[in-house]
Design a protein around this ligand. Sequence first.
Ligand code: CDP
Length: 252
Amino acid sequence: MGRIDGRALNQLRPVKITRNYLKHAEGSVLIEMGDTKVICTASVEEKVPPFMKGQGRGWVTGEYGMLPRSTEVRKPRDSTRGKIDGRTMEIQRLIGRALRSVVNLEALGEITIFIDCDVIQADGGTRTASITGAFVALVDALNKLKAQGKISRIPLDSFVAAVSVGIKESNILLDLNYAEDSTCQVDMNIIMTEKGHLVEIQGTGEEKPFTKEEMDQMLRLGEQGIKELIRIQKESLGELSGIIGDEGNGSN
Ligand code: CDP
């Protein structure tokens, strides 16, 4: 079976990570995965939420949004309806959990990092692109804190990235675009660290329940995609990539 955009079944869309994309945020990235484009910023606040005060630990939290015309049919702003919809809430919590899984919050100290992921163009896989891009923005923000002497090392145990996989007409596909996402029988979002340790899996076989064997195949393909994405994160970070994980607690 050929794919709509001519890719091999196990091929990512073209990935581009542009660092220092915006002026004000401590870390900012434009990530493009094919036609999906997300701006990810990491903003530093030198305090923690009231319930965490005095514990010597930091916090990383995620927010996510789609620009009204990031989609084919205009999607009203959340603020227009006065509340965040369920999908947005799910995705922003996922982003927070994904990044916290590799941050050593004790080593961060009483600092909060706000991760904002804003989709400017949606063509499938916006949550996974958000996580992969946000990690790079987070490294830049942490590196700024280190340069200012506010932390003694980069408190990251590992790289983390995310990708979608799915089953369409019995084929296992890597990195679904919207046309594939909306017509596949099974889709799964996988978040994984550099060592191949799973942080989270969101898999849905609503259309066609899947077997454990298929799950294994999807995980293997996802791991291959995530390894490639981490290679691209490293390439984008250049020499900064060398200071991640070395002094971590080794648990990732
Ligand atoms: O983007 P992601 O795959 O993480 O999330 P999804 O909820 O599975 O949505 C898949 C795709 O549907 C998005 O990437 C968009 O291209 C499209 N979508 C949309 O056009 N309008 C929405 N309100 C939500 C999703």
